[in-house]
Design a protein around this ligand. Structure first.
Ligand code: CMP
Length: 140
């Protein structure tokens, strides 16, 4: 097993419904440790840059509008195989397709308001962590 760090966002639908703790509980129960966390309101520019890979997708403008519609909680998660473990506990992108017990099945509202984002690879995790956190803000 390899200790990894991955990046997570608790999205505006979850902060609006006061589910920061409920999401974090499921992450922690899955064996992930929160080693950095901050509640922020993304700027338009930050959201467009963060989701730049989706710029050509038809849902891009709606996604960006949603992500700046309220506060988010950005987190660094640490644990054995953290990238895959986080994707497992998040569940499928569309909550309708997510397995029981996953964050999206239990808490999410829709494919857009799907409560959490998680890095899809170790390489992207490093990029996404560096987008929001300085090294000294991460305490393992
Ligand atoms: P996330 O993991 O944050 O990465 C991109 C996001 O786009 C995704 O979660 C979804 O919330 C959002 N999204 C909105 N509509 C779609 C769609 N039709 N297909 C995939 N992702 C979508």
């Amino acid at each position: 097993m390899t200790t990894e760090r991955t990046f997570s966002i608790i999205k505006p639908d979850a902060t609006r419904r006061n589910l920061t703790g409920a999401v974090t509980k499921l992450l922690e129960e899955a064996g992930l440790r929160v080693v950095a966390s901050k509640r922020i309101h993304l700027s338009l520019r930050q959201a467009e840059e963060f989701y730049g890979v989706h710029r050509e997708r038809p849902f891009f403008n709606d996604l960006v509008s949603f992500m700046i519609s309220g506060p988010v909680v950005v987190q660094v998660l640490e644990g054995d195989n953290a990238v895959a473990k986080n994707r497992d506990v998040m569940g499928a992108t569309n909550p309708a397709n997510a397995d029981a017990g996953t964050i999206r099945k239990e808490l999410a509202e829709s494919i857009e308001a799907n409560s959490v984002h998680g890095s899809d690879s170790l390489e992207n995790a490093a990029t996404e962590i560096a987008f929001f956190f300085k090294p000294d803000e991460i305490v393992g």
